[in-house]
Design a protein around this ligand. Structure first.
Ligand code: FES
Length: 131
């Protein structure tokens, strides 16, 4: 792994951005990684144009899942719910700056799964092919 990206991931893991749930969010969603039970809970506020203006999250998990959640929390501020619905795993991997194997990619994609499910207003996504 490139040192620059590793340092950035560790920085987000040890100093997570936007951590802490919002009061009275417009959107809220939580889910687990079924492989390990690690958990993420996202809350968001949107403006009258469905643009994200504030994000707060909580979670427990590995460095990749928590760093990914922190990076995503910054990345989605200013995006519309439609733009979030169009995000893919490529967006997350580009933020992390690394390629991951089959198991670790579930860690990275947990935040995308939770955020997109929130943007869709779903009770749960049926599977990874949806993200
Ligand atoms: Fe659980 Fe990474 S090991 S999310």
């Amino acid at each position: 792994m490139d040192d620059l990206y590793r340092d950035n991931i560790l920085d987000h893991f040890t100093n997570p951005r936007n951590r802490g749930l919002l009061e009275n969010p417009d959107i809220e969603f939580a889910d687990d990684n079924p492989l390990c039970g690690d958990h993420l809970h996202f809350t968001m506020k949107v403006d009258e144009n469905d643009r994200v203006v504030e994000v707060g999250w909580e979670g427990q998990g590995c460095a990749i899942s928590q760093a990914s959640a922190s990076m995503m929390s910054e990345h989605i501020i200013g995006k519309t719910l439609d733009e979030i619905r169009g995000m893919t795993k490529r967006d997350v991997l580009d933020l992390l700056g690394i390629e991951l194997g089959a198991v670790r990619i579930k860690c990275a994609l947990l935040s995308l799964k939770v955020i997109k499910a929130g943007a869709y207003g779903l009770d749960g996504l049926p599977g990874d092919e949806e993200i």
